[in-house]
Design a protein around this ligand. Structure first.
Ligand code: FMN
Length: 211
């Protein structure tokens, strides 16, 4: 697989059953977002963990408009180039980490929009959450998102990285992770690799032609 990733990195050519592809998806798209340093930390940690090929997927660069497909995503009859490109990106993943803030005690809109565009591309894949914010660490946004992802047959893991008071951990635009975060991320990745392997046969049995 050599197509470029949405953050401009080279495609993950080495993804195999033994070394699955993890996409770290940055859900926040606003200027100055903290999602970018948190996403960079999460993807660097995942690369160092070693079990996955890793792509950093930036929804700002993916650039989806508000849902504009006429057909239900289950039909996979996409009419727009941006949907076909997004379908190709998500199709190649075996597992996800969603890096999410909390907006008004709910989830950031870009990630819901990006989820709604597709169906089969998500099914039978595990997703873990890295959330951040103030005292709540973005956890209310995660809870709301879980209702959406399970409808798409993504398997939402209970293990998570929840980062409270994230502002205090930023230095010159870089997230300085503490030991608790590092340990939680390792635990999440260990579980993701187990679930990615366990769910692989279900994906093989259910994938429509062309996806
Ligand atoms: C529209 C909006 C709503 C927000 N609502 C919450 C909230 O409900 N709870 C919270 O802890 N922080 C909230 N915040 C503060 C965010 O945690 C903080 O701005 C964080 O940096 C957002 O992530 P981002 O920078 O990646 O977009 C909100 C921020 C914005 C812009």
């Amino acid at each position: 697989m050599t197509s470029p990733t949405p953050d401009g990195e080279p495609g993950a050519s080495g993804a195999t059953a033994e070394r699955p592809l993890l996409q770290v998806v940055i859900a926040s798209t606003r200027p100055g977002r903290i999602g970018m340093p948190v996403g960079r930390w999460a993807s660097e940690h995942a690369r160092a963990h070693g079990a996955f090929e890793v792509e950093l997927v930036d929804l700002l660069k993916v650039g989806l408009p508000m849902m504009d497909e006429p057909n239900h995503p289950r039909l996979a009859q996409y009419t727009k180039e941006h949907t076909k490109a997004w379908s190709a990106t998500v199709s190649r993943a075996d597992a996800f980490v969603f890096v999410v803030p909390e907006y008004n005690y709910g989830c950031a809109p870009a990630i819901v929009n990006a989820l709604d565009y597709l169906y089969h591309e998500w099914t039978y894949k595990p997703v873990g959450f890295v959330s951040y914010g103030g005292v709540s660490a973005g956890t209310r946004g995660v809870q709301m998102l879980k209702q959406v992802v399970t409808t798409l047959k993504l398997v939402a893991l209970p293990e998570a990285v929840s980062i409270p008071f994230v502002q205090q951990l930023l230095e010159d635009g870089v997230l300085r992770a503490n030991e608790v975060m590092d340990e939680a991320m390792t635990t999440l990745l260990d579980e993701l690799v187990r679930w990615a392997g366990a769910l692989r046969p279900l994906r093989a049995a259910s994938a429509p032609a062309g996806l």
